[in-house]
Design a protein around this ligand. Structure first.
Ligand SMILES: Cc1cc2nc3c(=O)[nH]c(=O)nc-3n(C[C@H](O)[C@H](O)[C@H](O)COP(=O)(O)OP(=O)(O)OC[C@H]3O[C@@H](n4cnc5c(N)ncnc54)[C@H](O)[C@@H]3O)c2cc1C
Length: 635
């Protein structure tokens, strides 16, 4: 940083949201300053150093398609990677990588330090400066003032951070980092509501004290894989993850010590993550389950530290030792870092516009865990969008607001700003109504044109994409035109995959649509003149096999868009909507929205329930049209 204190964009925080925000703003040409309370914690993976899994992997790919960095950071640090949900449909299959947390951090540090227009500075922001409801800049602990018309807050779990281990609690950020204590009062002074949430993490144990031979081993995939759309797919050998399980003895230790749990003794006020609960919450919540899976995963290549995925706890240290020793393979395990819960301040995200700008203060944006989310992918996605919109706003251009049918990022932000969240929000495939449209494989088609338009994707990347898309389109067209004749050879192959024989020639697409028939089989009898990559073949196959479902989802999107202004009669009986959740029905009955658009913005009414409501309203309108038509005919 030079001595100048005037910037276009200031990013507060150097976590996953802060890194994406800083890089995007600077790459879009804005003079950007990242202020982070400790330069060595840039992109710190405070929990398990893993990227991906269902829905989260889609976010990472979407960040990549829009010109963000997370996919490249994950690829640069992957130790172990595999596909999840391979036995399920394409909409929920996802990559998951175990990363080296030091290499992940190094990747971001280098990216930040080598990006033009970007200054990084270590200090703690203590105050936002607001004049006439517009952001003017920030002040730091050193008493420095930095000015900018756009400020992005990405303070994560550090804001008012308090760590709990048993009955011991102390002010702290994650992993022994300092907490940011002063900024919250400045946010309250500016009129913002601030709430409290909590999350937790597991003990880390020493690798040499685990009996690995007694555990189930999980190797990295032998298929070359990567997250980056333009990346080089690789096989990652040598590092494995292992599986152990909790058992009745573990559960008994936990139950006997619940009175010493900060969660169950009422010491923690903040609401925790429902979808990533502590082991004590699982044992209390599911008393009939005698065992829970625990994954033992390395955190870095040059470290003996092992993360115990699914074993998050804030019980006292002596209890953590006993619980750990009760797990097969861990009887002699030594804990390097105890598990803990952390409480922190967040800003309820209904205070934000869909651009992630606050409604109250122009030019002030929030992204990441400060908005009530949990996860590196959720944070990165918001950081990127906040920066894109901050820069577009400075250029007096319209913000990029992604639709729910366009991106998981659209679902994430729409959920946050319209419905808010009472507990740490994690992205799940079930939150998304159009899963088949928002697949891992078609992310480039969905979002790269936007990344290109805003200037985050260069010519070289664009050229690669356009030739890939042409190849895919040509191949789909070819398969629809080609026919496969009935022959003994064809029918033998079909018998091998349990598919009925052909009695006459059929379009190759019809055959490919059959369960069990894959592109390889089709190619034997109707080969393509071009060479397609596995990824391209995957897209071609999905587009043909799932054509009917995909088209149906597009029709639903169109219908919902048309429904926005559809009126809901004042006396509408929500009891007539089959399958509507009672929670949604009660909310709709209480608010009595005038239009479907209003109904869709009521907090807590699920997307699925809106679909159900739209079907009934649509049917009513159709009936009314028919009735009116009939009456006219009778006249
Ligand atoms: C204990 C624990 C458990 C977790 N469990 C899970 C889990 O189960 N599942 C999951 O997906 N994710 C989990 N995570 C969450 C994951 O780590 C976060 O969601 C993610 O890091 C959030 O990214 P972020 O950028 O919003 O914030 P962070 O990564 O927390 O980064 C915040 C940044 O802001 C900086 N900062 C804060 N205040 C100031 C200030 N005033 N001035 C200057 N700099 C400041 C910090 O130095 C830091 O760089 C957990 C995190 C913790 C700590």
């Amino acid at each position: 940083m030079d001595t100048s204190s005037d910037y276009d964009v200031i990013v507060v925080g150097g976590g996953h949201a802060g890194c994406e925000a800083s890089l995007a703003a600077a790459r879009m040409g804005s003079r950007t300053l990242m202020i982070n309370l400790y330069h060595d914690n840039v992109a710190l993976m405070a929990c398990n150093p893993s990227i991906g899994s269902p829905a989260k992997a889609n976010l990472t790919r979407e960040i990549c398609a829009l010109g963000g960095e997370q996919a490249r950071a994950a690829d640069a640090s992957t130790m172990h990677i595999r596909w999840l949900n391979t036995s399920k449909g394409p909409a929920v299959q996802a990559l998951r990588a175990q990363c080296d947390l030091h290499e992940y951090h190094d990747h971001y540090i280098l990216a930040l330090e080598n990006t033009a227009n970007l200054d990084v500075f270590q200090d703690i922001v203590t105050r936002i400066i607001v004049e006439k409801n517009c952001i003017k800049g920030v002040e730091t602990r050193l008493g420095l003032v930095f000015n900018a018309p756009a400020v992005i807050l990405t303070t994560g779990t550090y804001l008012g951070g308090a760590v709990h281990i048993g009955m011991t609690s102390f002010p702290s950020g994650p992993l022994g980092q300092v907490a940011a204590t002063e900024l919250t009062s400045s946010l309250r002074d500016a009129g913002f509501e601030v709430g409290r949430m909590k999350t937790g993490t597991t003990p880390r144990i020493h690798a040499d004290t685990v009996d690995w031979d007694s555990l189930q081993r999980q190797d990295s995939s032998d298929e070359p894989l990567c997250f980056d759309i333009w990346g080089e797919k690789k096989v990652h050998e040598g590092i494995a993850c292992y599986i152990t399980r909790s058992n009745p003895q573990t559960h008994e230790i936990i139950m006997n010590n619940l009175n010493r749990s900060p969660l169950y003794s009422g010491r923690i006020e903040g609401v925790g993550p429902r979808y990533c609960p502590s082991i004590e919450s699982k044992v209390v919540g599911f008393p009939d389950k005698s065992s829970h899976l625990v994954f033992l995963e390395p955190v870095a290549r040059n470290s003996k530290e092992i993360y115990m995925q699914n074993f998050s706890t804030s019980l006292p240290f002596d209890v953590q030792v006993k619980m750990t020793h009760s797990l097969p393979g861990c009887q002699n395990a030594k804990i390097i870092r105890p598990g803990y819960a952390i409480e922190y301040d967040f800003m309820p995200p209904t205070q934000l516009k869909p651009s992630l700008e606050t409604k109250r203060v122009k030019g002030l944006y929030c992204a990441g865990q400060i908005n009530g989310t949990s996860g590196y992918e959720e944070a990165g996605a918001q950081g990127l969008m906040a920066a894109i919109n901050a820069v577009l706003s400075l250029r007096a251009e319209e913000p990029v607001v992604l639709d729910r049918s366009e991106a998981y990022i659209g679902v994430l932000i729409d959920d946050l700003v319209t419905k808010g969240t009472k507990e740490p929000y994690r992205m799940l495939t079930s939150r998304c109504e159009y899963r088949l449209l928002l697949r891992h494989d078609n992310v480039d088609r969905r979002l790269c044109p936007i990344g290109r338009r805003i200037g985050l994707l260069n010519d070289e990347k664009w050229k690669i994409l356009t030739s890939k898309w042409k190849k895919i389109d040509d191949e789909i067209e070819r398969i629809y035109k080609a026919r496969i004749r009935s022959s003994e050879e064809v029918n033998n192959k079909l018998a091998e995959v349990g598919s009925a024989p052909l009695s006459e020639s059929v379009p190759a697409s019809t055959l490919l649509s059959r369960p069990g028939v894959d592109y390889k089989l089709i190619s034997l009898f109707s080969p393509s003149s071009q060479t397609l990559s596995d990824e391209e073949i995957n897209t071609v196959s999905i587009e043909i096999k799932y054509k009917g479902y995909i088209e149906r989802q597009y029709r639903q999107v169109k219908r919902l868009n048309k429904m926005e202004t559809v009126r809901i009669p004042e006396d509408f009986d929500y009891g007539t909507v089959p399958g509507l959740l009672s929670e949604s029905r009660q909310k709709l009955e209480k608010v009595r929205p005038g239009t479907f658009g209003q109904a869709s913005r009521i907090s807590g009414v699920t997307p699925t329930d809106l679909q159900l409501l739209s079907v009934v309203l649509h049917a009513q309108r159709q009936r009314k049209k028919v009735k009116n038509g009939e009456e006219k005919v009778q006249e």
